[in-house]
Structures are given as C-alpha cells and as structure tokens.
Design a protein around this ligand. Structure first.
Ligand SMILES: NC(=O)c1ccc[n+]([C@@H]2O[C@H](COP(=O)([O-])OP(=O)(O)OC[C@H]3O[C@@H](n4cnc5c(N)ncnc54)[C@H](O)[C@@H]3O)[C@@H](O)[C@H]2O)c1
Length: 380
C-alpha cells in the first residue's frame, strides 16, 4: 500500500511513468490552453479516441476497476486524461494505450504537485481509496489516513495548482441503514462502518475545500457497482455479491444467501445495482457539467432506482452461468440493511444522466469477466 513519502516505483510496461523526481515524461498529446475548443480528436494505438479538449483530468485510482472504466469512457469521449495509481489494487493493463499512468500515492503531496503541473491538470476525478468494509472495521486509522488524509493532500495540491473542478467518488455506504423505500440525497447519513465514515467525511472535506478555494465540486454516491465494459476490465476482487456467488460456483459449492427473513417481498435483501459502464458515463456527465461555467457543489446518488433481491440475483446468475444449483440460506449478517435503493431523480435532473443497462447485462458481462480471469482447465 502506498505509504506517505514512499518512493514511487516503475512497473513493467512502457506506459507507466515513475512518479519519482525527474522521472516523469509526457506520453499524452500536448495540451491546448484552457478555453480552447474541443477538436476532432485522433485514435490512439489502443483504439481509444484521444481528443483535444480544453480540460485535462487527473484520475486517481485510474488503474482500478471503476477508475479504468472512467478513464476509458472519458478518453473515448475526447477528454484528455492522466491516471495516478499506487497499484496496491490497480492493474496497469486495464488502461488503454494513450493514457499515461503515474505510479504513486494520493498521500504524496510533492508527487501530486509535480503531476498536476507537468500535465497541466485542470480537473480531478478522485477514486483512489481503500474500499473494504470489514477491513475498515479492523484498521480504521489506515482507512482514515488513506481515504481522508489522501483526499486532504490531494485537495491541497489541487488548490495550489489552480485546479477548479473536483469530482469525488462517494458511496451509498454514507447512508447506513435507512428505513425508507427510496434513498434520496436528503435522507440522513448514518454510516455503519469506518469505510462509510471516511466517505462521508470526504464529502464534507470536498465541499469545505471547494468553498474555501473556489473549486466546483461533485460527489457521486455510487450504489452497488457491477459488470464490466470488457472482460479484461472486470473486477477481480471477491468482495461483492456477484463475484462471491461466482467464486462459490467455481469452487463447486452452492451460493450462500445471508438471511431470508427480512421484511422484503422474498425475504432476502434488496439492492440497487448499477452497471460500471453506466457509472463511467455518469462521471463523464459530471465532468462535462463541471467543465461548463459551474460553481458550487452537487451531491448525487448514482443508481438505477430499482431494487433487485439477492434471491433474484442468484437465480439470474444460475441462468447465465449454466450452474443453477439451489442456494443455501445462512443466518443474517450483522449490519446488512434489508433494502437500499436509490432515488435516481436528482442525477437525471442535474446531470442529464440515467442508467441504460439492466441487471442481466451486468451479470452477463461480469460472468464473461470472471471466466476471462478464471479460465477452467480441460478437466474441470
Ligand atoms: N466497487 C464498488 O461497488 C464501489 C461502491 C461505492 C464506492 N466505490 C468507490 O469507488 C472508488 C473505486 O473503487 P473500485 O471498486 O474501482 O476499487 P479498486 O480497488 O479497484 O480501485 C481503487 C484504486 O485506487 C488505487 N489506490 C488505492 N489507494 C491509493 C492511494 N492512496 N493512492 C493512489 N492510488 C490508490 C488502487 O491501487 C486501485 O487501483 C473507491 O473510492 C471506492 O470507495 C466503489
């Protein structure tokens, strides 16, 4: 994990730029001056369209699951992007050719200043964070240091570099366990883990720094992210329900459902799943909003506004994977909310964005990604 001040290292691959002093080189197109209009763009070696927009976006956590989708979507739409990632969980090959990757930590203020200056960054999309709820319970200081400390360091560097647009990756975890049908942005926040607390504290910090330094900010509260735009971009972690079920099936074990006696239609927990490609488009919509002459802050849910039960999801996974063995029901897990579904209206009104992809598409693409990363041997 990227400790503060640790010397950034070069990793194999010619697109990865060491973050150390003097080690930086530019592989992105030369920058237009702010205010220049978007041009026709060109196609990079990886087939990604590189545009000549007036903004250059730094995407922290850009080699991560969501960050790589965001980087790709923004580059394809003609935005100029540079990625920063400490590679604690990131994979450089997720980024297409043409997007420079700086290896380093959001805790390294000197590195951030150099990256912001050398790439003439005008906006930041901050996704880099630790994200495991259970780990955050065991290691709260590490989570606060990485997620809040790293954010403070980044905001300082951004303000000092004259960056005036900042997009922060928040989470439905800020709400905790509200007893409402649809969670609106006005639903009181009561996070139930240090992870959720760091996201809520992060939002406060983003808004306060925005007010202090004249930075326009957007906080996106993602609900349950799933799927992949391409198999190689799939989430390789086994922390969410869909990969957890895949993992059980791959081990020749029945999927587990934790609790079927909740006050929901089929007794299992209900969640709002959002395709990662839709989420990436939401970032693009937010970036475009920030690029306009917008000031102030916006905090918005990113979900579909539709609930899917765990049992419905497991049934769909059985259908798509061809392994429809019956799930086993185990006791409830502490802290699981019966229902967490977004009100998606504000995102539609403020960003002009709504999700386009359904749960079947999420599970199909996630399964293709799982098979890509876990190829079966002929004897299996
Ligand atoms: N995946 C979800 O369902 C979900 C839901 C809500 C919010 N989020 C948030 O979205 C963001 C991205 O999540 P993800 O699922 O892509 O996770 P991920 O672990 O795949 O990506 C995070 C990336 O950040 C990098 N990173 C971590 N700490 C860093 C640091 N201090 N400096 C530089 N790089 C660092 C990691 O190497 C990784 O590539 C996180 O902020 C997470 O909290 C994710």
């Amino acid at each position: 994990m990227g400790d503060a001040g640790a010397a950034p290292q070069t990793v194999p691959g010619d697109r990865c730029i060491p973050g150390g002093a003097g080690g930086m080189r530019r592989t992105a197109p030369e920058r237009d001056e702010p205010g220049a209009s978007a041009g026709p763009g060109r196609t990079g070696a990886g087939g990604v369209r590189i545009g000549w927009a007036s903004m250059t976006w730094l995407i922290t956590g850009g080699a991560g699951y969501i960050g790589a989708h965001v980087a790709r979507a923004m580059a394809e739409a003609g935005e100029r992007v540079v990625a920063l990632d400490d590679l604690s969980a990131g994979v450089p090959s997720r980024l297409p050719e043409g997007i420079p990757l700086v290896q380093g930590s959001s805790l390294d203020g000197d590195l951030l200043k150099r990256v912001l200056a050398e790439h003439a960054v005008t906006g930041v999309v901050h996704l880099a964070a630790r994200k495991q709820v259970g780990e955050s319970v065991a290691q709260p200081t590490r989570y606060y240091q990485e997620n809040v400390g790293g954010l403070a360091t980044l905001l300082d560097a951004a303000a000092g570099a004259g960056v005036r647009r900042f997009l922060f990756s928040s989470s439905a975890a800020v709400y905790g366990n509200p007893d409402v049908d649809l969670i609106t942005e006005d639903t009181p926040c009561a996070p139930m883990s240090p992870y959720g607390e760091t996201k809520l504290a992060g939002e406060w910090l983003v808004r306060a720094a925005g007010r202090a330094h004249g930075i326009a900010t957007v906080c996106l509260r993602y609900f349950n992210v799933a799927g992949a735009a391409a198999p190689e971009l799939a989430d390789t972690g086994v922390f969410n329900v869909i990969p957890m079920v895949f993992d059980r099936l791959t081990r020749d074990e029945a999927p587990r459902i934790f609790g079927d006696d909740y006050p929901t239609p089929d007794g299992t927990c209900v969640r709002d799943y959002i395709h990662v490609a839709d989420l990436a488009e939401a970032h693009l919509a937010a970036a475009r909003r920030l690029t306009g002459d917008v000031s102030g802050d916006l905090t918005v849910n990113i979900g579909r506004g539709e609930g899917v039960s765990v049992r419905e999801l497991v049934t769909l996974i059985g259908e798509i994977s061809g392994d429809d063995r019956a799930p086993v029901v185990e006791p409830r897990r502490p802290g699981d909310a019966p229902r967490a579904v977004a009100s998606a209206g504000l995102a539609a009104r403020e960003l002009g964005w709504t999700a386009r992809r359904g749960v079947r598409e999420m599970v199909e693409s996630a399964w293709e990604g799982w098979v890509h990363h876990h190829p079966r041997t002929p004897s299996e």
